[in-house]
Structures are given as structure tokens and as C-alpha cells.
Design a protein around this ligand. Sequence first.
Ligand code: SF4
Ligand code: SF4
Length: 357
Amino acid sequence: MNKKELISKISEKIHEEAKDAGKIKIMHLCGTHEDTITKYNLRSLLPDNIKLLSGPGCPVCIIPDEDLQKVFHLIEKENIIFTTFGDMARVPHNGKSLFYYKAKGYDIRIVYSIFDAIKIARNSSRTVVHFGIGFETTMPSTALAILDAPENFCVFSSHRYFIPAMEHLISLGVEVNGFINPGHVSTITGIKAYEKIKKYGIPQIISGFEPEDVMLSILKLIKAIKRGDAEVFNEYTRAVTYDGNVMAQKVMDDVFSVDDWEWRGLGVVPRSGAVIKEEYSEFDVVKVFEDAFSDFVPVEDKAKKACRCGDVLRGIITPLDCPLFNKRCTPKDPVGACMVSFEGTCNIWAKFGVERN
Ligand code: SF4
Ligand code: SF4
């Protein structure tokens, strides 16, 4: 059976299983899953009573404007080299972005890994500040880099723990009957990390990224929902184990402690922020440049008033419900973070040409 036949076979099974299932909402939590779903048009293979929502799955999209503004503030005040991943450099705020600063002659460098930023620091006498973003997927690399960093290197930690955000979404009253959990995050955290979500009675499945993985995961979730079974299932057995990557967990625990931090669209999420521990404070930008941050005041971006990123990230609307989608807000000239990032739902929908019928 080829891939196409396999997917349509699973689709048939989903239709059969969904007949007497009532209305079901399934939320996935990963930019790469949204990419697969939209690229292969999987939503069109589901019956009308099964809705597939996208949640806060992109590490760039969920970083609040305040973090971005703090970075801009630092760059304007201090003679530093600032390193960042490419997507993050395009997120706008009040007409500025990290690319704007680069064009103005500030020393902003795009890196593909934090270890490139370390290399830059080793070859420079100036301080290199790295924008540490991402969930449990990238946090272990940042922790390892901090353990081996030269004196002139520090991190602006904007890393966030993913699983507290799932609990927070539920507490905000998001109506979902099942979750498709992020595959890469799960390789680090393991299945065990999701056990605490079980008490909310919502089944979860960790899924791989091929279209047949996602379709199988949907089928399995529908069956579990019908049975009233709130287990954590693992469809991504080729990469995810029960305990996860224990070494990576240890290095994260050694370097980071947790705090209540804000997420774009979700507000303050308890125990979701990755704070660099006191013993590594010489690598924490917040401590190293304490004076520079002392007069920081966040400013609202009025142009973003109509942007509905927050609602997209909570699965309340799809990009098509945003009046700016593919009009004022495009991948070339984005208004909100969800249109900037390659893992952002708006960007993915625009890229694959999803339009109103
Ligand atoms: S970091 Fe990995 S798991 Fe998380 S959203 Fe991106 S692709 Fe998905
Ligand atoms: S289309 Fe643009 S403005 Fe609208 S929610 Fe998405 S990113 Fe925000």
C-alpha cells in the first residue's frame, strides 16, 4: 500500500469511527504538525464533526512583545554582539525588528545553533548575548552552552517549559476533547511528563510528523474519546520513550529554575519560564546588564491592535478569521509573530495558499 492509499484507508476508518462520536475538537500543539496537516490538506479528509485546531506550538510565536522590546532596549544601550535565530529576527514591534537593527548597523548576527554564538564569543573581546528561545527541545543545548561558555558570553533566556502551558490552556477553558502532543518536545520530556494532564480527563497522543502518523493519532484519539479513556498514548514510538532523554533533563535542571512567565496569547503561565539559576548568573543577561534594564518601560504596538495572534494560539480562531490575513499581513510583510515564523499557523496557511471557500 502506498502512502496515499494508506492515508485514505485511515481516513475511511476515521469516518466510520466518528459516525456516532458527536462533535469532537482535537488540538495539536506543534508547528511541524500544522505544517504536515496543511501541506497534505488533512483537514479535508476528516468528517465534519471532527475539528482539528492548532494551539501554541511555535516557540517564536509565543514569545511576548515585552521580551522583544527588552532585547531592543539592550541593543540600543550596550555595545554588544547579539545572536539570534533567523525567524526571531523578523518579528516586528512598533516598526522595528532585529533585522531593522542589523540594517541600522547594530551588530546582530543570525546563527543556526547556540554553539555558533559561543564560537563568535571565543573570537571576540566584546560581549556576545544570545537570544535563548524554544521549549524543552532547545533548552538542553542552551544549558550545555552555559556550562561551557567563555566569560564574555551570556543568554537572554526566553525559554519556556511546554507542559505547564497545556495545563494553563485547560484552565483558560479551552474546549478540546483530545490533544496531539509535540513530538520533539516529547523526545526530551518523555511520556511521563504528560501524566499530570491526565487528571483533566482529556486523552493525549504523542505523534510523529508524517501525514499517516497524524491521521493514525486522530483515529486513536477518537476511539479513546468514545471510551472515555484519558490515557497518554504514544504513536511516535520510533523517537519517544516513557522517561525521555534523562541526560538532557538533568542538564536543564542543573542550569534553569522555574518562574511564572508570560506567553503571547496565554497570559502568565505558572511555572513555565526557564530562569538561569543564581550560580550561573554571570551568563544571565538580566544580571549582567541589570543597570541597562533598570529604565526599561514596555510600549504598546498600536499597529498590532487588529492582530489576532493570541486567538490563533489558543485555537479560538483560524488565520482565515483574522481580517488582516493575506491582506495587510503576509509572509513578506508580517504584522504578527504567527505570520513571521515558519512554524506559525498564519505563515503555514499563507504558504500553502489556504483561502476562504
Ligand atoms: S520545537 Fe519541535 S516540537 Fe516544538 S513546535 Fe517546534 S517542531 Fe514542534
Ligand atoms: S494573519 Fe497576521 S495579523 Fe492576523 S493573526 Fe495572523 S499574524 Fe496576526
